[in-house]
Each structure stands twice: as C-alpha cells, then as structure tokens.
Design a protein around this ligand. Sequence first.
Ligand code: ASP
Length: 345
Amino acid sequence: MDFRSTKIVRFCSLVVFAAVIVKAAPPPEAGNFVLVVHGGAGNYAGAPAEQIEARRAVITKAVQAGYGILARGGASIDAVEAALRVMEDSGLFDAGRGAYYTKEGVPELDAAIMDGRTLGAGSVASVKHIANPIHLARLVMEKTPHVLLVSAGAEEFAKSQGIELVSPYYFYNEREWDQYKRAAEAKKTSAVFRESEHGTVGAVALDQAGNLAAGTSTGGTVLKMPGRVGDSPIIGAGTYANNQSCAVSGTGVGEFFMRNIVAADICERVRYLHVPLDQAANEVVMKELVEQHGEGGVIALDRQGNVATTYNTTGMMTGTVRADGKIRLQGWSKTAEPIIVPAVK
Ligand code: ASP
C-alpha cells in the first residue's frame, strides 16, 4: 500500500470512528429505573370484563413486586424474576399455574431469563412438574455451565436444587381445560380453532445501576405437540438482554419469533444501526412479522429508559412503572385509555 492509500484508509477509519462516537447512546441516567411486564399479545375483544380486570390486578401486583426491588436499588434480574413469579402463580396467564395444554392434555412449560450486564442466560423447556419455571431458569443461569436444560434433565436439576416437583394436577384450571377441549373438538371436525390470546408472560427491567434484564415464561401454544418448544426459552428469539443495546420479551406464535430471531434482531438494530428502540421494534414486529403473518408483540427497553410496547394483534396487556411510582396499565385494546395506579399500596 503506497503512502496515499494509507492516508485514505486512515481518514476513512477516522470518519467511521467519529460516526460511532457521535451515534453512541448516552450513558444511563443515575437513579433512573423502569419495569415493564406483559401478559401476552392477543385479541381481548370477546373477553369478559371481569377477566380483564382480574388480569390487570395481577399485572399490578407483579409490577409492584418488581418496583419494590428496583426502588430499593435492587438488580433488574431480581425484579424480572419477582414480577414473573407473581404472574406464574396467578393461574390467569399462559404460564405457571395457568399454562395451556399440549395435545395430550398435559401442560409443558418453557421459560428464560437473561442478565444484560453479564450476558448470563438460563432457560428451561418442556418441564411438566415445575411451579415456577422462571426460577428454575435463573438457577440454570447461576448454578450450571449451561444455558438451556430440557424436560427430565431440567427436573432432575431442579430436585438437586431443592425444588419440589409438583403433580400435573397443580396446573389444572377450568378455563384452560375448556379451551383445550374446544380446540381438540375443532381439530377432530376440522373446524378452525383460533387461539385468541397468547397469555405468555414477560418482563424487562432497567435498574438504578443502569443494568438491563429480561425474562419470559409460558405454557406455549394451545394443543402444541408434546415436546414442542417455542421461542420464549430460546435466547435471542423470545428473550434477550444486553446492556449494549436493549432488553426484549416477546409473545405470539413462537415459530415466527424463532425463525426471525425477533428479540435479538430488535437489539442488534439498536446496537449496530443506532436506530431508536421503537423504530427497531416497529420494523421487526409491524413489518417483518406482519409480512409473514406472524402474530405477536414485544416489550422492549433500553438503558436510557426508552420503552416500546409493540404488537400486531389487537391487544397486549402491559404494566409499566418508572421511578415516579405510577403504574401505567394498558393494551387490552388499542384505543382504551391507560389506567394509572400507585406502585406502593
Ligand atoms: N410465544 C409463545 C410460544 O410460542 C406463546 C405465547 O406467546 O403465548 O411458545
């Protein structure tokens, strides 16, 4: 390379370097914190008002649990786990106690959690005897050299950690059993059964130290084949967190989220293309997924506290709280006004 070409290369590197400096996101603001949870994307138009109300109450409780941790200066990963445990225990969502049934009539649960500070991640899939899969995912992250444990192996590991295995009857709930029977009947008669809601639960959080975390827990899709694993426990598909970009939890038809590595794609657009978070989420959920008829939505959060709640269904129930302690509940319809409730009772 002659002297002139060396100079040109140096000049070009400088321009690229300068562009990166100019575009680099500002550091997170000290003392800022945010938590967002979702209760699944779907169409709530036909859902009874009491059901919506009951779910809003659980989302509120979940956000309150996470808020307490973040307000005390706790870690985003703890807030995510605490919020999701409340939702798993409620029986009102497609996760934990309320999980949908497989074709064989037995729930199989998936969950993942990821720490944006360390890129530590843990997930479990196809577990049948775990009341809180999000907790087991956390233990996979912290106590094993692995990222994903499935089925019997995951449950053996749970036992070794002192987690009590529950009977499949623990997950019995009338609402999901009825849905299972309707779906199974429709399948027999080739009638169309449309899953109107994806009641997966997810959370993303930013703590006062500026660290992001994400988690997702689900029973998957109605009448799924036994052994089917969706996007939720797949790092980069349904769950992702990285302090360099953002934290995402998805909900919808998992196969589309896996093929499009939705959560990672949103974060990588933020990281490499330097586009705003809501633009990245829009391009992936409202354009790419829509073009493929991939139904669903995401909650996404960056280190500056920007939030995107983006869905191509008619609804996705979410609860968001910031340091001002006001929980904003919304998403049961695109036009409904948000409801604001306090984070401290
Ligand atoms: N994404 C989940 C799955 O495919 C389902 C959901 O979001 O409800 O397993």
